[in-house]
Design a protein. Structure first.
Length: 266
C-alpha cells in the first residue's frame, strides 16, 4: 500500500532577481528508501529574467525542461512511496544537473535554439543565478538526504529525466536510458529488470562523460549511496495518462532492483 501524496512544499521565493528558488518537495513524509529528484521538472521562467528573450514555443520546448518527467516522477512517487524533489524554474535559468562552472549551467545555445537572455551573461550574473537557484535547491536536497540517513532510511537516489526522440536531426532508437556515474550497482539492477518491450540501454542517450551526472556526484557519491539516472523518451510520456502508464511499467522495475540491492543479489 502506498502513502497518499502530500501537497507540494516550497521554500520562500521573494520577488525580484534576488529571489531564492528552493526545491519543491512531495511525499516528504514517505518511509520508502528511494528519493526521486527531477531537476528539469519546470519550464517556468520568473519575470525577473524577462522570458530570456524566447518565444512562447521555445519556452515550452524540450530545451526549457524535460516534458513528462515530473508526471512520471509523481507516478513513481505514489507507487513506490518515494520522496520526490523537483525544480521550481526552467533549466535555461539554471540547469540544476550542472556544476556552476559548466557552460551548460546557463547555456547561450541549446540544440538549434539561441537563448538571447543567456548570450552575454556576465560572471556576476552567473554568480547571482547560482546563489538564487542552484545553492538553495541542492542545499534542500542535501538536507533531506542527511535527514533520511539519520533516520536509518538508507536513501537510494534516482534522478528522473526525459529526452527528445530526434536530436540534431537524428532519430534516437533507445526508449529507456539507464545512466550511472562511478557507482553502477543500481543501474545494472534496473537494466536487469527493465520492462519487456521497452528498448532499454545502459548509458544512452547520454553518459557520465557528457557531464550529465552532476546531481549523483554531488548528492549520492560522497555518502556512497546507491544511485541511478533514468531517461525516458518524451514521446512515451507526453500526456499524464501516458506518464501514468509508464510509471506502471517502471515502478516494478525499480522495486525489484531495490529488493535485489537490499538483499545483496547481483
Amino acid at each position: 500500500m502506498t502513502r497518499a501524496m502530500s501537497a507540494p512544499e516550497k521554500g520562500t521565493t521573494p520577488a525580484g532577481s534576488t529571489a531564492s528558488f528552493h526545491a519543491v518537495f512531495e511525499n516528504r513524509g514517505s518511509m520508502g528508501r528511494i528519493v526521486l529528484v527531477c531537476e528539469h521538472a519546470s519550464h517556468h521562467i520568473p519575470a525577473a529574467w524577462a522570458e530570456l528573450g524566447l518565444t512562447g514555443a521555445a519556452r515550452m520546448a524540450h530545451i526549457a525542461w524535460d516534458p513528462g518527467a515530473l508526471d512520471l516522477a509523481r507516478g513513481l512517487s505514489k507507487r513506490l512511496d518515494a520522496c520526490l524533489v523537483h525544480a521550481p524554474v526552467s533549466r535555461l535559468i539554471y540547469d540544476l544537473n550542472r556544476a556552476p562552472d559548466q557552460e551548460g549551467a546557463m547555456p547561450a545555445r541549446s540544440e538549434v535554439y539561441d537563448i538571447p537572455g543567456n548570450a552575454a551573461i556576465t560572471k556576476e550574473e552567473r554568480a547571482k543565478r547560482t546563489q538564487a537557484v542552484y545553492v538553495p535547491f541542492h542545499d534542500d536536497v542535501h538536507i533531506e538526504i542527511a535527514r533520511r540517513m539519520a533516520l536509518g532510511l538508507a536513501p537510494v537516489i534516482v534522478t528522473i529525466h526525459s529526452f527528445t526522440p530526434i536530436y540534431h536531426g537524428a532519430q534516437r532508437e533507445v526508449e529507456f536510458g539507464i545512466i550511472h556515474d562511478a557507482d553502477d550497482r543500481m543501474a545494472k539492477l534496473v537494466l536487469a529488470h527493465a520492462p519487456e518491450g521497452l528498448r532499454s540501454m545502459m548509458n544512452e542517450p547520454y553518459s557520465a562523460e557528457d557531464g550529465v551526472t552532476h546531481t549523483l556526484r554531488l548528492q549520492a557519491n560522497p555518502y556512497r549511496l546507491p544511485n541511478v539516472m533514468l531517461e525516458v523518451r518524451n514521446d512515451l510520456i507526453g500526456t499524464q495518462d501516458a506518464a501514468e502508464a509508464m510509471a506502471d511499467r517502471l515502478a516494478p522495475c525499480l522495486s525489484a532492483a531495490l529488493d535485489d540491492l537490499m538483499n545483496g543479489r547481483p
